[in-house]
Design a protein around this ligand. Sequence first.
Ligand code: ADP
Length: 361
Amino acid sequence: MKKRAETAVPGKTETEETAPEKGILHPEKPLADDERDAGLRPKTLKEFLGQTAMKDNLRVFITAAKERRESLDHLFLIGPPGLGKTTLAQVVARELDVDFKVTSAPALEKPKDLAGILTTVTEKTVFFIDEIHRLKPAIEEMLYIAMEDYELDWIIGQGPSARTIRIPVPPFTLVGATTKAGNVSSPLISRFGITCRFSFYEQQDMEAIIKRSAGILKTAIEGDAASMLAKSSRGTPRVANRLLRRMRDFSQVLRSPSITCAILEEGLKRLEIDTLGLERYDREILRMIIERYRGGPVGAETLAISVGETVDTLEDYYEPYLIQAGLLQRTPRGRMVTDYAYRHLNIPQTAASNENSGFLI
Ligand code: ADP
């Protein structure tokens, strides 16, 4: 049976280059270490921890497709960065025992880039497109036909003599991943038969992921320390793996036989990561809302300018976790910090900020 992983186009490069220069916790930015993450990446559904309901359904769809000897229906993966979308796509290919191809929407500049990949897919290949919300309209059009009819519309010639030919493509499974489902057009969404929505991982799943990774890295970590590290990992496996490697460095250099709570406290303090897994930059965003906008509401654009970020980066990478952690709220009037944010940052709530208390949780 064929089982081959290919990077069809160096798609992740553009993301890496355009990603903001931020701390180690921000999972959108692949770091050099992540490249060495291959060994940590789960290979089967069994190894893929957490996201149980989603995984159970997927197992049914995979089994059914295999029994019918058909390609799996197109799969739409939604969720913040670092939660396992790429990993799950690879796992699906492996479980189906088919080829895997990967690219990202920004790397598909011209229809010929997409055609170049689709003309090389084999039967039932899992073709993964990351950041699918960034597809160009002409490419999206081409993809519709490929997804629906397993054909490619190809224009030959120019001007009045131009004509379209249809090239058959073997039945394949498109796996589209996005951090911004709201930016994906409804015609594209409607062509996916299966949707998986990732949520931040539960504490116990994060602990299990950390223990699994520590085992693979041959690093001893005490139970309490794994639990503490899980709390600081933003419910995100990529962050957990990064922090684990840094804590392994601290324990090695501090000559500790294992990662202990004391090592973690020291390591996290040095990296300026707090107990909720916030880095300095996250705290700056919250402080900005409190100090300059009396706790909010403040519009996303104004806030983004104030903190020197793009709205996209703010919305995709910082806000989801701040909201999930109960520190920030999105309201129709803008972003607001919660009571909990004041307490976490140890900032007293003034009369001015209390004006908003009706909205605070
Ligand atoms: P995304 O594509 O959503 O940004 P990735 O699939 O690249 O995220 O996952 C980041 C890293 O986190 C992977 O390299 C893998 O080691 C780890 N990881 C992700 N999901 C899981 C999981 N469910 N169980 C264990 N490790 C995971």
